[in-house]
Ligand binder design. Structure first.
Ligand code: AMP
Length: 185
């Protein structure tokens, strides 16, 4: 099962991807985590993307897409995957779709975890990550609305999008996600 998780920062994507991993054994591929790890380790990639993450700007499409496509070629993605934080722009949607077509694969469901902005800001402040300062957070939410909403619309047009109410306990939200998955998965 090949899934994409959409949701603004603080919507609970990480938690629900963890639940999907436990239930289906499909790896959680979170571009934000991969990029932060690269920065922490001081790799070339890390050095290149650090200035973007610092100010809460999206990293260049080509760079992030290259990283994701390489990750999707790994063995543990053969039985499925959960993409979290990618694709975030229309060019990223196109690159992903092209690459999946080549592998004779497709996205089975795109899950949008919907949480109102007041709740998001509250959750993010409590989480307190280094890139969670007010200015970076504001920019990430703006980017999310402007660019990511376009990517989401693209999947809605393909009838793949499931809008999930992200308010409630993690168990309640996970039940809603399971109910939205294709029957035979
Ligand atoms: P996240 O943890 O998903 O909120 O990502 C943290 C930061 O990593 C973002 O604010 C961006 O700077 C960068 N990032 C993560 N995923 C992407 C992506 N698909 N395209 C561009 N930048 C990304």
């Amino acid at each position: 099962m090949n899934l994409i998780l959409f949701g603004a920062p603080g919507a609970g994507k990480g938690t629900q991807a963890g639940n999907l991993w436990k239930k289906f054994g499909i790896p959680h591929i979170a571009t934000g985590d991969i990029l932060r790890e690269a920065i922490r380790k001081g790799t070339e990639l890390g050095k290149e993307v650090a200035p973007y993450l610092e100010v809460g700007k999206l990293a260049p499409d080509a760079l992030v897409s290259g990283l994701v496509l390489e990750r999707l070629s790994a063995r543990d993605c053969e039985g499925g995957f959960v993409l979290d934080g990618y694709p975030r722009t229309l060019p990223q949607v196109e690159v992903l779709e092209e690459a999946l077509k080549e592998k004779k694969k497709r996205i089975d469901r795109v899950i949008s975890l919907d949480v109102p902005q007041e709740v998001l800001l509250q959750r993010i402040m409590e989480r307190g990550r280094p890139d969670d300062n007010m200015e970076a957070m504001r920019r990430r939410l703006v980017d999310y609305r402007n660019l990511t909403e376009q990517a989401k619309k693209e999947y809605a047009a393909r009838n793949l999008l499931a809008a999930i109410d992200g308010i409630g306990t993690t168990e309640e939200v996970f039940e809603r996600i399971l109910a939205s998955l294709p029957q035979n998965s």
